[in-house]
Design a protein around this ligand. Sequence first.
Ligand code: BLA
Length: 236
Amino acid sequence: MFDSLLSELLQSILEKDGFMLPINKDFSEKVSNKNNACIQNWLWSVSGFRRWRITSLNAGESLQVLNSVAYPDYTNEMPLMGVDLLWFGKKNQLVAVLDYQPLLREEKYLSKYYSSLRELKSRYPQFAAEKDMHIYDPNQYFSPWILFCRGGLNEAQKLLPDVFRAFLDSYWKINQMQKGNASFIDSDEVKRLQIKYDIYSAERDPAHGLFSSYFGKQWSDRFMKEFLFVGSQSMN
Ligand code: BLA
């Protein structure tokens, strides 16, 4: 379901002269013996970012996922880019979450980085399901303009591609604008907040059970710590 969005994401990283970094073979591609599922992971080096990870999970009709997080350099206070797209084919259900995940929710930070997301959200009222958030805390590491859709085929095929493109384009623009601009948060604090993000996300991520059922608990524990949320291992 998300192949064209994945290609678009990869293409846009390549246009910014990003290049792929090697990762543990056990993470780059893993096939589930029992459930006919395959997970693929990529790590990119992109100027301005210390880590950009992408995950694609294909469990056929049961579930397809595209997940990505961009972590800016510690000298760059801008929000992280978070995307979590899920398609449950048997039920024709889409869960799509796209956000510029803020390090702070203070007014001055939000007014500096969120005009484009706010505008995008106002154009897509179908992406306003945030009241349905039960696992995560909407006030931590999500913005007031999070794009969140619980929908069906129409939303997945007709709306999501446009939303995704605009969301990505604006994120690159924010990154461009940020260069050479004064910041509110110094790099030690950016580091601390990004690590906190990984610790928080590792605790809450609803995917762990799902990974365990496909690939076993041992692999899933390692995958969470060593690939998805590397900072959660930090002692800070
Ligand atoms: C929800 N994400 C979910 C759910 C699953 C995943 C199974 C629950 C589905 C539901 O609520 O119906 C799955 N998450 C995954 C998978 C990966 C993953 C397979 O990370 C693989 C790497 N989640 C993120 C990021 C964001 C995010 C970066 O990983 C930010 C945009 C958001 N996912 C997010 C939110 C929900 C969700 C807000 C709804 C959960 C809730 O109700 O609080």
